[in-house]
Each structure stands twice: as structure tokens, then as C-alpha cells.
Design a protein around this ligand. Sequence first.
Ligand SMILES: *[C@@H]1O[C@H](CO)[C@@H](O)[C@H](O)[C@H]1NC(C)=O
Ligand SMILES: *[C@@H]1O[C@H](CO)[C@@H](O)[C@H](O)[C@H]1NC(C)=O
Ligand SMILES: *[C@@H]1O[C@H](CO)[C@@H](O)[C@H](O)[C@H]1NC(C)=O
Ligand SMILES: *[C@@H]1O[C@H](CO)[C@@H](O)[C@H](O)[C@H]1NC(C)=O
Ligand SMILES: *[C@@H]1O[C@H](CO)[C@@H](O)[C@H](O)[C@H]1NC(C)=O
Ligand SMILES: *[C@@H]1O[C@H](CO)[C@@H](O)[C@H](O)[C@H]1NC(C)=O
Ligand SMILES: *[C@@H]1O[C@H](CO)[C@@H](O)[C@H](O)[C@H]1NC(C)=O
Ligand SMILES: *[C@@H]1O[C@H](CO)[C@@H](O)[C@H](O)[C@H]1NC(C)=O
Ligand SMILES: *[C@@H]1O[C@H](CO)[C@@H](O)[C@H](O)[C@H]1NC(C)=O
Ligand SMILES: *[C@@H]1O[C@H](CO)[C@@H](O)[C@H](O)[C@H]1NC(C)=O
Ligand SMILES: *[C@@H]1O[C@H](CO)[C@@H](O)[C@H](O)[C@H]1NC(C)=O
Ligand SMILES: [Fe+2]
Length: 538
Amino acid sequence: MWLSTVASVLALASTALAQINLPGEVPVNKLEPLQHRLAYAGTTGMYVSWNTYAEVKNPTVYYGENVWDLSSTATGISITYSSSLTWSNHVKVTGLKPDTTYYYIVSNTNCYNCSELAPYTFTTARPAGDFTPYTAAIVIDMGVMGPYGSSVKSDYPVLTANDSNTMQSLARYVDGYDLLWHPGDIAYADSWLREQVDGYLNVSIADSYKIYNFLLNQYYDELQPVTSRKPYMVVPGNHESNCDEGGFTVENTTYDLSLCVEGQRNFTGYINHYRMPSEESGGVGNFWYSFDHGMVHYVSINTETDLGNGLIGEDDVNGPEHMDSGPFGSYPNEQIDWLEKDLASVDRTKTPWVIVSGHRPWYAAANNVSNTICWNCKIAFEPLLLKYNVDMVFYGHIHMYERNAPIADGVPDPNELNNPSAPWYILNGLGGHYHGTSQYVEPFPSYVRYIQNTTYGWSKLTFHNCTHLTHEFISSANGSVLDSATLFKDRQCAASIIPSNSSSNATLPSADKNVAGAMHVSSAFLISMSVIVVMSLL
Ligand SMILES: *[C@@H]1O[C@H](CO)[C@@H](O)[C@H](O)[C@H]1NC(C)=O
Ligand SMILES: *[C@@H]1O[C@H](CO)[C@@H](O)[C@H](O)[C@H]1NC(C)=O
Ligand SMILES: *[C@@H]1O[C@H](CO)[C@@H](O)[C@H](O)[C@H]1NC(C)=O
Ligand SMILES: *[C@@H]1O[C@H](CO)[C@@H](O)[C@H](O)[C@H]1NC(C)=O
Ligand SMILES: *[C@@H]1O[C@H](CO)[C@@H](O)[C@H](O)[C@H]1NC(C)=O
Ligand SMILES: *[C@@H]1O[C@H](CO)[C@@H](O)[C@H](O)[C@H]1NC(C)=O
Ligand SMILES: *[C@@H]1O[C@H](CO)[C@@H](O)[C@H](O)[C@H]1NC(C)=O
Ligand SMILES: *[C@@H]1O[C@H](CO)[C@@H](O)[C@H](O)[C@H]1NC(C)=O
Ligand SMILES: *[C@@H]1O[C@H](CO)[C@@H](O)[C@H](O)[C@H]1NC(C)=O
Ligand SMILES: *[C@@H]1O[C@H](CO)[C@@H](O)[C@H](O)[C@H]1NC(C)=O
Ligand SMILES: *[C@@H]1O[C@H](CO)[C@@H](O)[C@H](O)[C@H]1NC(C)=O
Ligand SMILES: [Fe+2]
């Protein structure tokens, strides 16, 4: 009943948006480039990835600093895997100038006169030692938006009519941040089974691998207005592992991993869809790696598997969640050894800020059970984060926002945000997904400073200079700042070691201006998403 309403909304929307594919829809031209995704490849490179419903021979990126001249080219690979509907095309563009904006298009872009079509742009990272202020966006636990995932219907009362969802909010503000970091739980394609149990979807179990793929493709399509323009740096979460979301019972049959066809286990989609700069940083695949942008060294860690020192990760082959995934290191301690080496080699005169991000938390006002609080992650990672004076740690997994104090082994730093020696912890699992938000548990641990679970949002991290950074929680619904705090580190700042070449400004326009500008930056996808969100109240 409800799905047929959605179908007619989709039909209406597609008439209005003739020629433009709806999220997850297979295009007439199977080579049509979709789902453009960027990722930093050092400060002089950029990974450009996109998906097609057919193999691309010799996938090529055409690029240049001048919109009239996209005559530079780079080529890469077109790959697919069992049960995937699409090919992932990956091209590493190298030999670029740092901190420079390039125009680009990819193979088979329907582009009679690209200057008129305004090709996509990307901007390379500022080199380490460039202290120009800027903003990074962070989102965690963000799934498909619209009638197959997070919508007014599924997430009532969290998402209500007229609210923007998190993708819409991120797209609206896309000019206000340099990159989007997403530490895990990307798309929630595995929620199809939960949606089925709840009667939100009605698919045959035999065909379930198709809906899983459909949800993944919807997600990549929906986020393309952001990922085609800003580096989208991903980190693995438990929902990337396989298709069954830990198993459910449907009509008296309990499903488990055996439901997942080949290609929907062991992070296969995650491995195939992204290219993270592990080659550039000595990491492993999309699982652990680091990168620099200006005055910040970013470190992505894997909390799911490969915890080292005999510790069992929740998603490990013998892990409690029966995810049967990993390991990804070539030996058991590879990630931990890499992390130590990476942190030890940071030049704090060039990147005074060191920010670490993984999916699962170890400090949170939540039930003390291992699939919620990752004690093994604490054992694996915290000693190194303390030893190397990491400034800040981000994670999610629990669907709430919790700003904590800087913490060392469970104890809040007495200096709080005024020159602490321990890392500052922020948990933000409010990207938004089909199943709404989580419950927090009271009484709060002594380190909790602000907590909420009533609205979706993302994190805006502004690096002012080498001593001050501000974290803000942005409400996806309307762009307002619901929480803001500034960390001060008492250290000597050199002047920019590398002269700034900033054409952007770290200051965001006001929320009102952004709302007014929304139609300008929204793509057809996002416009169609708004239509769906509002209409689905019917
Ligand atoms: C600075 O940025 C501009 C615009 O992106 C670019 O044309 C120029 O080459 C850059 N300069 C340096 C030194 O990288
Ligand atoms: C492409 O568009 C530009 C700007 O509108 C125009 O000057 C140019 O002549 C066009 N080129 C072709 C081949 O149509
Ligand atoms: C949404 O906006 C419409 C038009 O402004 C208004 O009539 C309606 O009351 C709003 N709904 C909610 C739940 O705020
Ligand atoms: C689900 O789909 C099947 C097959 O199309 C149909 O027989 C059944 O009635 C549907 N169930 C619901 C709850 O819509
Ligand atoms: C599921 O099991 C219950 C209790 O045994 C039974 O009443 C019900 O009919 C079963 N449902 C189906 C769909 O088999
Ligand atoms: C998962 O994939 C990795 C390689 O990507 C492989 O080494 C590992 O054995 C696989 N694990 C399982 C349980 O299949
Ligand atoms: C939570 O559980 C872990 C291990 O299961 C235990 O070591 C720890 O003391 C517990 N913490 C609290 C606050 O109960
Ligand atoms: C937020 O957490 C509180 C405390 O557990 C709970 O009562 C409330 O239902 C949660 N709110 C939502 C929207 O889930
Ligand atoms: C660093 O930025 C903060 C916040 O904008 C400002 O108050 C402070 O004066 C700046 N410090 C230096 C050395 O510029
Ligand atoms: C914006 O949304 C938040 C909830 O996300 C709400 O608390 C706040 O009142 C809203 N502000 C405005 C100006 O509508
Ligand atoms: C940044 O914004 C300030 C204040 O709006 C302005 O004076 C300055 O010129 C801007 N810088 C750049 C590089 O756009
Ligand atoms: Fe998670």
C-alpha cells in the first residue's frame, strides 16, 4: 500500500525530471557514469571513482585547471565482483599541484560542450605545513535516505516533515567544507532484512541479494552531489561486513550469514567501491590509512577486525557477531604496528593536529555489552593514542551524539578543553538510518559533557590555527548548530611553513543563507528526495 504510494511519487518525480535517473535506477545507457566519488591520494593526487552498469574499457578521467581545457588524462581500472550489478571504475590522477582546483569529467560523460555543462571539480589537499584555516565535515552511521531507508515514515519522530535529512544538509553546505570523513556504517544496505521483518519492504528472500545491491546503489547515487565534489574518506563499520545485519527471524525462519551470496560477505562491496590512500600512507586497502591536509594529520583505523595482540574484533571470523570477516593484515599485528609507526612519524611542526577516527566507541553512555562498547578497541588503540598525544578521536556506531571530555583510561582530563594532555572524544552516530536513534543510558559516566538522541546531524570541525579547533554539531533538519566547543592546545605555532594558496574560506555562510541557497546546490536527486520525504507523510 505504502510502497505503491511511493511508486506513484517516484513516477511523478521521474516525469518531472525526465532524463535523470532516480537513485538506484539502472540507466538506459549502461556506461553512463554514476556515483562519482573522490578521495585524496596524497597532496598531489586524487582518486576519482565512479560506477557504471557495464564494464568501461580503459576508464579515463579528463581534467585541467582551466574549464576550457580538460586535455590532461589519467586512466585506471574497471572492476566488478560476484553478485554486483555495477562496475567500479577507479582512476588515480597524479602529478597535480597541491591546493589547486581542477575541473574533471570521466569516460562516457554525455558532454557535447563540457564548458557549458560545467564539469565537476575537485581540489587537492593543502600540503602539510600550510596553516590556512579550514573546515572538515564528519558523518557516521548514515544510510540510504528516502522510501527505502531513512524517511519521515521510518524515522518518525526523529525525522519530521519539512526537515532536511543528513545528505540534503551535507549537500547544501558542500561549499563550506573541504572533505567528508565517514567512519563506518555506510548505506545500511544490510538493513533490508530488518525492513522486511518490519513490513517496510516486501521482497522475496530468494531475491534479497538484488535489494541489497539496489540499496547500495541508491546510497551512492544519493550522495553523489557531495562525493563528486569533495574527497569522501571512508572507514569500515560493521554494516559493511555482510548482508544479514546479524541475522533476523522472518516467518519463523532465522537467517544468518548463509543468506549472504558471494560478493555480500567479508566487506567485498566496501573493498571494491573505494580507493583510500593506503599506498600513500603504508596502510592496508580501505581498512587503515592516513592522510594530511594542511595543518592536520588524519588517521583512519579499523575497529572491526585486525585488533592485534590476540584481541578478537566483533566482526572477526570467530568474533561474537558472527560476521566472519577479515583479517585484512598480512600478519595479526599489522594494523597496530602500522598505527604506531604512523603516529610516531608525524611532524607536529607541520601537522600540529592529529585526529583519529574509527567506527566503534569505547567511551559512551550505553549498555556495557561488547557489540555496543568495544573494550577490545580500547585495549588495542588507546595506549598509542595517549602515547602520541592524539588531539581528538571520532567514532559512532551508537546512534546518538555525545561530546565527552578529553579522557585518559576512563578519567576525564582535569584541564578539560583548556590544553588537555589526553585526546578529546566525540561520538556522533547520528547520520541517520532506517531504524531511528539509540537510547542512551543513565547515569552518565563522569566524562559526558553533552548528549542528545533526538535529531540527526553531522560534525563540523574547523581548524582555526595550530592552537584552536572548534567542533560543532550541525542539525541536519535545519542547519542550526546544536552544540559547539573549542579545544585549545598550548603550543608554539610556526607561521605557515608553506605559503597559503587558499581560495576558500573556513567561515560558513549562515544557516539561513544556506537554506535559501539550497535549490541552487541541490541536484535533481536531492530535489526528488525532498519530494519523497514530504509526500510520504500521506
Ligand atoms: C593556487 O591555486 C590556483 C587556483 O586553484 C592555481 O591556479 C595555482 O596554480 C595555485 N598555485 C600554486 C602555487 O599551487
Ligand atoms: C561551447 O560553449 C562555449 C560557451 O558557451 C562557446 O563559446 C563555444 O563556442 C562552445 N563550443 C562548441 C564546440 O559548441
Ligand atoms: C511543513 O511545512 C508546511 C508548509 O510550510 C506547513 O504547512 C506544515 O505545517 C509543516 N509541517 C510541519 C510538521 O512542520
Ligand atoms: C508481499 O508480496 C507478496 C508477493 O508479491 C504478496 O503475495 C504479499 O501479499 C505481500 N505482502 C504484503 C504484506 O504486502
Ligand atoms: C510461526 O510459528 C508460530 C508458532 O509456532 C505459528 O503460530 C505461525 O503460524 C508460524 N508462522 C508461519 C508464517 O509459519
Ligand atoms: C576476507 O578477505 C580477506 C582478503 O581481503 C581474506 O584474507 C580473508 O581470509 C577473508 N576472510 C574470510 C572469512 O573469508
Ligand atoms: C564493562 O564490561 C567490561 C568487560 O565486559 C568490564 O571490564 C568493565 O569493568 C565494565 N565496565 C563497567 C563500567 O561496568
Ligand atoms: C533517547 O534516549 C532516552 C534515554 O534512553 C530514551 O528514553 C529516548 O526514547 C531516546 N530517544 C529516542 C528518540 O530514541
Ligand atoms: C587561533 O584562533 C583562535 C580562534 O579563532 C584565536 O582566538 C586565536 O587568537 C588564534 N591564535 C593565533 C596565534 O592566531
Ligand atoms: C532546528 O532543529 C532543531 C532540532 O534539530 C531544533 O531544536 C531547533 O529548534 C530548530 N531551529 C529552528 C530555527 O527551526
Ligand atoms: C575570507 O573571508 C574574509 C571575511 O569575509 C574576507 O575578508 C577574505 O577576503 C576571505 N578570504 C578569501 C581568501 O576569500
Ligand atoms: Fe555500527
